[in-house]
Design a protein around this ligand. Sequence first.
Ligand code: ADP
Ligand code: MG
Length: 210
Amino acid sequence: TTESEPRAQPPPAQEARRSSSGVQSWASAVRVTPVSGPPPEATNVRVVVRMRPRFGVELKGPEVFQVDASQRCISNAGRTFRFDAALGPKATQATIYKDHCKPLVDAFLEGRNATILAYGQTGSGKTYTMGTGGNTASGQDGCLMHTLQQVLSTVDDWRVQQRREVTYELSCQFLEIYNEEIRDLLHPSTPSHKISIRETSGGSIMVTGL
Ligand code: ADP
Ligand code: MG
């Protein structure tokens, strides 16, 4: 997860890199540190590792990763790495939202930009954690549904507290990039060539045509 940063200013502790393709990346996007090394610099990027439960053929072999949540570490083959948080197979969807996503949504509701990104190989649990599969069992809502609930209920609270009719405008986009093609998941019939990713003169990235 990425902690909030005010008004899209690049965080000072990070180094912007521009590759030959013109795509920007942040040098500190990955924060994995050997346990023996010095503590990582404080930045507003946080990396949380979630190990999903093993299933199927995985149960036939030995457990190859050990999670130590209190030390924020994951060990494999004698090597131990520390993250900003390390969560084992028993971590629930609700806890993950409350501890690692809600602070970002709180900051978003105060006017800051925030990003929550799931990264990992196929089958590692990205869709499950984000809850974008659409058919999650009850009580298993992922990050997306919890975020929508928090945003909508907060806006409702504001409305009630102000005791008068206030109009808030919320908009959202839902897109998929697959094989370099962009699909508008809220309007799947939009041809992908009508959607493009552009950089604004202010240096921020936006998607047009959704
Ligand atoms: P990805 O999107 O990274 O390819 P998925 O989210 O589809 O992976 O997860 C693969 C499978 O593992 C799915 O059947 C999913 O329901 C299950 N799964 C993933 N994470 C968990 C978890 N924390 N608890 C229980 N089942 C999980
Ligand atoms: Mg997936």
